[in-house]
Design a protein around this ligand. Structure first.
Ligand code: ATP
Ligand code: MG
Length: 268
């Protein structure tokens, strides 16, 4: 079943056509990755799907319902959550409070309302705290249950964002570079976490530059270049696609000897 359907989506910023006629579908329970060079339009696409930007034209449907241009704060209530390329963590709050904000997002009270009511929650809403601690354990940061966000290492903060997204009890999570800035061990662990979540039924739209991670955990990969869909298929198909290789390695498509020698390094 298609959980997400993106149809002929366009976004123009002034003279820049950042997303051009993008169409793709995400199947329920899969890890569907969006890859492409810097500036290809991956984050813009996520921002269009999640209502951060209004599309110039095109449609987005989630669970067959039109969500085109729906305000971002409405999406957790519909079953969709996201994480951010640049950390969006409140450093003056504890780890668990940051995760508890996810419950407010789900209830559509908004981030600010969530933050403002947190002192009350700390006393009253034990269930919310318990669920937040469970979400932290689920993403492997139970050790930081009593930590302040400002004391946490970067890798744990990246997972904290995933825990906050899970607190909205989503059916789909859009993750924008969850492994950016992580060392190889942390990257592999985040990959295992994402795959495990998908195996448990969560649908994941993943933007990620780490090719070994993408190749290992994706069911489907959509490749963007200059805002357009360049190719789509399984990791195996993308690994051997000359156009994909050329877009990543800067090689000429017309030079098969060159393009075929290099990709194994890039996608190993
Ligand atoms: N709010 C904006 N206003 C104007 N231009 C924008 C805006 N957001 C993105 N762009 C431009 O749109 C293009 C696509 O950017 P985007 O951030 O979507 O790329 P990306 O694929 O996520 O890149 P990266 O891998 O570096 O994160 C870039 O040329 C970028 O400068
Ligand atoms: Mg980006």
């Amino acid at each position: 079943m298609n959980l997400l359907e993106v149809k002929s989506l366009n976004k123009v910023f002034g003279g820049l056509h950042a997303v051009q006629d993008m169409s793709f579908e995400v199947q329920q329970g899969t890890v569907h990755s969006l890859i492409g060079p810097n500036g290809a339009g991956k984050t813009t696409l996520i921002n269009l799907i999640t209502g951060m930007y209004t599309p110039t034209s095109g449609q987005v449907a989630f669970e067959t319902k039109d969500i085109t241009g729906l305000a971002p704060q409405k999406l957790p209530g519909r079953g969709m959550a996201r994480t951010f390329q640049n950390l969006q963590v409140c450093m003056n709050m504890s780890a668990v409070e940051n995760v508890m904000v996810g419950a407010h997002l789900r209830q559509n009270t908004g981030l600010l309302a969530g933050l403002l009511s947190l002192p009350g929650l700390r006393v009253a809403d034990k269930a919310c705290r318990t669920e937040a601690l469970e979400a932290m354990a689920q993403v492997g940061i139970a050790a930081f249950a009593d930590a302040h966000a400002s004391q946490m290492p970067y890798g744990a903060l990246k997972r904290l964002e995933i825990a906050r997204a899970l607190m909205t009890r989503p059916r789909m999570v859009l993750m924008d570079e969850p492994a950016a800035g992580l060392n190889p061990t942390e990257t592999a662990e985040v990959g295992q976490l994402i795959r495990r979540l998908a195996d448990q039924g969560l649908t994941v739209l993943l933007v990620e530059h780490d090719m070994p991670l993408v190749m290992r955990i994706s069911n489907t990969i959509t490749v963007l270049n200059y805002g357009k869909k360049l190719a789509e298929g399984t990791p195996e198909e993308m690994r051997s696609n000359p156009e994909v290789i050329a877009a990543y390695l800067g090689a000429e498509v017309e030079e098969p000897a060159h393009t075929q020698a290099e990709p194994k390094k890039a996608f190993a």
